[in-house]
Design a binder for this molecule. Sequence first.
Ligand code: HH2
Length: 268
Amino acid sequence: MTITSIEQRFPRPSVMGVVNVTPDSFSDGGVHLDPDVAAAAARRMVDEGAAIVDIGGESTRPRAEPVSAEEELARTVPVLERLAGDVPVSIDTAKSVVARRALELGAELVNDVTALRGDPELAGVVADAGAYLCLMHMQGEPRTMQQRPRYDDVAGEVAAFLEERLAFAVAQGIAEERICLDPGIGFGKSMEHNLELVRRLDVLLALGRPVLIGFSRKSTLARLTGATDLVSASVAAAVTAYERGASILRVHDVREHVEALTVARAFG
Ligand code: HH2
């Protein structure tokens, strides 16, 4: 069987649009709770040039409370049903039941912010489906992760963690070519940690897998600029991450990022 690698499916730069079907996500909470509205937003993102749309039913923002699998399914399945077959979808979940249902409904990629540490069944679900997988670094858990993030060498520690999780995923039968890595901007990190991770993206790229970066609308950008509208700041962070070698940029404002990244890529 020939498998399409993540490099082939998501050439640099590729944009992943974000659709959070949640009441409490930090930047688009409540906006896409109606499945028709969420599905329309996903379609618009693809029209604007997104390579894939990341559908999430559980907020992972700092201090977010976990939701049950039933609730996550109730939020995401109606959206996935509306998109099935014609919109490329990623499912942002750490739960195997949610991932399994999403994959049955045509999702291509499982985006797990726990890097297969949350649900022992998830690796098998991804392996059996031959799905793409994103492994993300997080220090602590969403409820408490921003309380006092601490590292001696943030880039080295994040890379070591992801190297171990990559080996674990491969040992569970997931093809290495289907996996991308994400340093987890804002997940148990200070502003300086977030900046350092992009500044030293080469440390992560040395693991040999494509890197996904989600800097869009994150609080580091608000702290740096003092702005409330974070579109320009997000675009700057995405272009910088692309320049440092990132492949997939996870963003809320697709058109602006696609335009900026198209120009950045033209410089070669
Ligand atoms: N960030 C968020 C959620 N999922 N997945 C990956 N791989 N990388 C990220 O940086 C990432 C992610 C948080 O952002 P958002 O989806 O806007 O908010 P919320 O978690 O509150 O729904």
